[in-house]
Design a protein around this ligand. Structure first.
Ligand code: GAP
Length: 438
């Protein structure tokens, strides 16, 4: 990482903490590597992103079913899926300093990148987190925290077919937490140990896989534009045979130019009938589908778009982070799309100590709050400081009540975040103006 790009990551991490987006978990106890908490603005941003995904991938379509399955997963499920054996990274330990590294991240597999000591033979390191259900902590009570949301979808396929009788192709979608004991969590939200995924398992006839794969490829690009990730920085990578997950026959990674390198943002995989076949064998429950057209029983094949929420947030923040000069002063602002911005509007009285301004501003705040929810009232500090504060969290519009509002009934000023340009508008026009842009 160059100094400049490291600087950018540091600026993002610092802004996230300072402005209530993301905090390291258990900060007062020194933190715990690979775990992060979302503060009020981060949570609002996250909710906006997951809602946009749900709308595009589920509710705007006619062929999707949403579910919410458990995180704690019966071990037989992850044995059948191949995760209990295959969900592992190769790890090398330094014989001198005892630090551990992912073998595929090392440029020299013999020498410790930290202390120069000799690295031991690479060995498999299993990434699933284990837990025990019930009083005894033995093999029988062993369960896993799921490493992907997908398995909860496969194990509910029969339920969805029995309840809804869908025609192929159709998909089941889920957003939820997953857990991975990453050897080297790093780069802020990029590689964490507790993460959230937005996944679809799309069930198809085998002969339709190429068509469905291309359809989801386009949908992923559409989502990238929709949430405001810089599309010029996204590149597709055809994943080579040796690098694909054990279940995949074709994988395309959507990589983003992160400051620390071109890295996976999302994945799209053709999982074939691998999971359903294995679950049918292991559970002895037939997970095939009766095709009314051909009067045949088939095991559906699966296309899976899988999108990480944290990586989306990081890519959105990196795409939005802007430094410029406004009115002769340097400023930082987040050029977030109005749809993802955690706060849409901030309402200010020009001066805090003028009750008539405060009262009017409160009146407008209440109207906007009722209409849009994501609205704040701010009378703290001078107006310039308030603008800077709102710019840093990406608030799209700042509405100010000044003396003209009261004395001449000329409405309020509405300041545009990106240009800093203010225009006057009647209070009655405000709601429609904002509504038309979010
Ligand atoms: N069900 C398929 C699956 O889980 P994956 O490529 O392992 O595939 C899918 O993960 C997505 O989840 C990734 O593209 C990324 O966005 C996100 N992801 C995976 N591991 C992550 C981690 N340790 N930290 C943050 N996001 C992660």
């Amino acid at each position: 990482m160059t100094e400049k790009t490291q600087d950018l990551m540091e600026k993002i991490v610092s802004l996230c903490k300072r402005r209530g987006f993301v905090y390291p978990s258990f900060d007062i106890y020194g933190g715990l590597s690979g775990l992060f908490d979302y503060g009020p603005h981060g949570l609002a941003l996250k909710n906006n992103i997951t809602q946009m995904w749900w709308k595009q991938f589920v509710t705007d379509r006619e062929d999707m079913y949403g579910i919410d399955s458990t995180i704690t997963t019966k071990k037989e499920v992850l044995q059948a899926s191949g995760h209990a054996r295959g969900f592992a990274d190769m790890l090398s330990e330094c014989e001198k300093c005892k630090r551990r590294f992912r073998a595929d991240h090392l440029s020299d597999r013999q020498k410790c990148p930290e202390c120069g000591g000799k690295l031991g033979e690479a060995r498999q390191f299993y990434m699933m987190l284990e837990t025990h259900l019930g009083a005894a902590e033995d093999e029988a009570s062993l369960a896993y925290l799921r490493p992907e949301t997908a398995q909860g979808i496969f194990t509910n396929l029969k339920n969805i077919i029995d309840s809804f009788h869908p025609d192929l192709p159709f998909g089941i979608a889920q957003i939820g937490k997953v857990f991975r004991n990453e050897i080297a969590p790093r780069d802020f939200l990029f590689r964490v140990r507790e993460l959230e995924q937005m996944e679809v398992e799309y069930f198809i006839k085998q002969e339709d896989w190429k068509h469905a794969f291309e359809m989801w490829q386009k949908e992923i690009h559409r989502f990238i534009e929709f949430v405001g990730i810089d599309a010029k920085k996204v590149h597709e990578l055809e994943v080579a045979d040796d690098d694909r997950a054990h279940y995949s026959k074709r994988t395309v990674d959507f990589e983003f130019e992160f400051p620390f390198g071109l890295k996976e943002l999302y994945g799209l995989a053709y999982r074939t009938d691998y999971d359903l076949k294995n679950h049918t064998t292991a559970s002895t429950v037939d997970l095939s589908y009766f095709d009314e057209e051909t009067k045949e029983k088939i095991t559906p094949h699966v296309i899976e778009p899988s999108l990480g929420v944290g990586r989306t947030i990081l890519a959105v923040l990196l795409s939005a982070y802007t430094e410029d000069e406004l009115g002769g002063e340097n400023r930082i602002y987040l050029k977030l799309s109005p749809k993802v911005a955690p706060v849409k509007v901030a309402v200010f009285p020009l001066l805090k100590n003028k009750p008539e301004l405060v009262e009017k501003a409160r009146e407008i705040y209440k109207i906007l709050k009722k209409e849009f929810g994501a609205v704040v009232f701010d009378d703290n500090g001078n107006i310039g400081k308030r603008y800077r504060r709102q710019d840093e969290i990406g608030t799209v519009w700042c509405v100010t009540v000044d003396f003209e509002t009261i004395e001449q009934d000329t409405g309020v000023t509405v300041r545009d975040r990106d240009t800093g340009i203010q225009k006057r508008m009647q209070i009655t026009e405000l709601v429609d103006y904002i509504k038309s842009q979010i």
